[in-house]
Design a protein around this ligand. Structure first.
Ligand code: NAP
Ligand code: MG
Length: 477
């Protein structure tokens, strides 16, 4: 099995070891990956440095952008095949995977077009001086990518970094990375020079840790849990390597009594059902003003009951949970919820699935006590916690009461309240009378508090993947 891409060659792990990969719909092994060692990671980082110095840094921004745009076209041309690969590997229904691949192509298009538009500055200074601030690539960027949106997450971090002029060492999740391997081949075929993109498939605590602590990298971007985010920073600290961390959330949907429920309910349900709740920006807390609590819960419960969980190749709303470990974690949480007596108000239907698959349907719990783990900890599954609140002050306090701060939604027709709350909520994105972070590649995205720091997407990502240099030129007397 040769799934390591190092300096343009597909190779096996240094010691020949492999990893079995599960099909989440059946629980059975369906393929294998090379299990990268620290030696492989070192080779990948060296290859990236060499390609950066000797090749990629010589390309103009326009040339880099043109290549990214061409790869975007290739992704469109192969969209059905990539979506089928993504669906098989992650278990997500094909129609969702199709959407992921459309977003992936958008990353290539957006950053292909943006590559030569990240302009510098000229600063007015003392007479006789010309001061320029130029953006420069960092050199080699390390990318540790999770299993929930393998192709999208690859595009989200790889495209701005390549557009900015860096060479890459990527550690995708061994749980799901077949799409990333396929896209890497497309990128080679489109003319990406050898060594500009290197991929080390392997375990987080082996290949991931070796990459995060490697002295030859200039930045790490990581998406995953706060606990692993802390380990990544610890690994990077001796080398003073900066990180961009996107560490999930417990994002609130704040519904006031005057909200337009026709609009709110489908968006609220969509935000927890999407990707079977395995989304960093899942709207997992449903905060409802007391006068409409029963009414909102009833409408959301109806919609949740109608959801269908099934096989990835069906028209189901939800597929299986992507990983065995996550399936076990969620089942343990469901047991604790039952034991603690929090009412399960509704759950979706599971139909036509084989024994051994990792299926859990969407569920609505409520009222969830404010100190319960379902009100505070990221479940990373399709579990929605309904919690009543009294007034705007209470809503504000409750919205900010978790350790996270990624996304929030405010549902009210009161314009002044929309603005007050949007400013008061600690989050990287706030939606007013709508919800959705996934598709908007143009929209800066990232967290506050334990949700992490740094911004991806949009032009802000180009700031993260570059540094500035201030050039002071005295020309006067
Ligand atoms: P995780 O442990 O944070 O892992 C995410 C990625 O980091 C994986 O590729 C993982 O590889 C790698 N990794 C693990 N330990 C590492 C280390 N010491 N050094 C470098 N890389 C390392 O996430 P998980 O275990 O898959 O899921 C646990 C929880 O994380 C979930 O319940 C969810 O709350 C959160 N999560 C959030 C997101 C998000 O989008 N924000 C995505 C995934 C998970 P391995 O697969 O080999 O561990
Ligand atoms: Mg898998």
């Amino acid at each position: 099995m040769k799934t390591l891409l190092i300096n343009g060659d597909w190779c096996a792990a240094d010691d020949g070891r492999t990893i079995d990969v599960d099909d989440p719909a059946s629980g059975e092994v369906f393929t294998q990956l090379s299990r990268a060692t620290a030696t492989d990671v070192d080779s990948a980082v060296r290859a990236a440095r060499n390609a950066y110095v000797n090749e990629w840094s010589r390309w103009s921004a326009t040339e880099r952008g043109r290549l990214l745009a061409r790869i975007g076209e290739q992704i469109h041309a192969n969209a059905q095949e990539i979506a089928e690969i993504e669906s098989r590997d992650t278990g997500k229904p094909l129609h969702l995977a199709r959407n992921d691949i459309a977003v992936l192509a958008r990353y290539f298009e957006f950053y292909g077009a943006a590559a030569d538009k990240h302009h510098g500055e000229v600063i007015p200074y003392l007479n006789g001086f010309n001061v320029q601030v130029v953006h420069e690539p960092l050199g080699v960027t390390a990318h540790i990518i999770p299993w929930n949106y393998p192709s999208q997450m690859f595009g989200r971090t790889a495209c701005p970094s390549l557009a900015a002029g860096n060479a890459l060492a990527v550690k995708p999740s061994e749980e799901a990375c077949q799409s990333v391997l396929f896209i890497a081949r497309l990128m080679q075929e489109a003319g990406l020079p050898d060594g500009v993109l290197n991929i080390v498939t392997g375990y987080g605590n082996e290949a991931g840790a070796a990459l995060a602590s490697h002295p030859g990298i200039d930045l790490i971007t990581f998406t995953g849990s706060p606990a692993v985010g802390a380990q990544i920073q610890a690994g990077a600290a001796p080398n003073n390597v900066p990180c961009v961390l996107e560490l999930g959330g417990k994002s609130p949907q704040i519904v006031f009594a005057d909200a337009d429920l026709e609009k709110a309910v489908p968006a609220i349900v969509g935000a927890i059902v999407q990707n079977t709740g395995q989304t960093c920006s899942a709207g997992s807390r449903l905060l409802i003003q007391r006068p409409v609590y029963e009414q909102v819960v009833q409408r959301v419960a109806e919609a949740i009951s109608k959801t269908r969980t099934g096989m990835p190749d069906s028209q189901a709303d939800c597929g299986p949970i992507i990983t065995r470990a996550q399936f076990r974690r969620l089942n343990a949480l469901l047991e604790r919820l039952d034991a603690s007596g929090v009412p399960r108000i509704a759950q979706g239907k599971v139909a036509d699935v084989p024994q051994g698959g990792f299926f859990i349907p969407p569920m609505l719990y409520g009222p969830v006590p404010r100190d319960h783990e379902l009100a505070n900890a990221e479940a990373f599954g399709p579990l929605l916690a309904a919690i009543p609140f009294d007034d705007e002050q209470d809503a504000m306090a409750l919205a900010n009461a978790t350790e996270y701060g990624l996304v929030a939604a405010i549902w009210t027709e009161n314009g002044a309240r929309q603005q007050r709350l949007a400013r008061a909520v600690l989050a990287g994105q706030v939606y007013i009378n709508c919800y959705g972070a996934g598709g908007g590649v143009e929209l800066p995205f990232g967290g506050r508090k334990k949700s992490g720091y740094g911004r991806e997407k949009g032009f802000h990502a180009l700031d993260e993947f570059t540094t500035t240099k201030t050039i002071v030129n005295r020309f006067g007397t």
